[in-house]
Design a protein around this ligand. Sequence first.
Ligand SMILES: [Fe+2]
Ligand SMILES: [Fe+2]
Length: 196
Amino acid sequence: MVDALSRRRIATYTRMADGTQEDYLIQQELSQPLHAALANRVLTELIGLQQSSPANLISRYEHSLQTATRALRDDADEETVVAALLHDIGDLMAPSNHSAIAAEILRPYVTPSTYWVVEHHGIFQGYYFWHYLGRDRNAREKFRGHPDFERTVDFCHKWDQESFDPSYDTLPLSVFEPMVRSVFAREPWGEHTKKR
Ligand SMILES: [Fe+2]
Ligand SMILES: [Fe+2]
């Protein structure tokens, strides 16, 4: 099987239903470098947030660094700091539902609790401004009683809604980059995803 894989090096089916086990093993093997480079692509997308938030005092990129800086200074654990850094990463591609983008990118690499916080941070952030735009600022109340409700309130109150300040002593990306690489080096859907 290994010899066959190394000779052919490409899956040759033209419709998936005709693919063989050999095809799919090759595909799995050759996609490994793409998985290994995920942290690089995530960091590139994060830097791209410099183009986001034209109406704020700082860009969404600086907001992300500031949110992560506050989490780090509050002694949050590594995956929570990374979640704080990446929570807005879908902002340019999905401005109306960016929470879901960030949450799904993180999901195989973090605990279900951290996934839930990132997935719901958008609706929890609504508490601070939706009433000014004709929406219900208390929409998050439907989740009250969920085990991660208070954690998400804190994430937003202490770090996310707080981080639009150009005078804050925000740490540079180089501080957080090793943490991003560490989290994305975890086995996707490993034991960490089975914890509460
Ligand atoms: Fe957000
Ligand atoms: Fe944010």
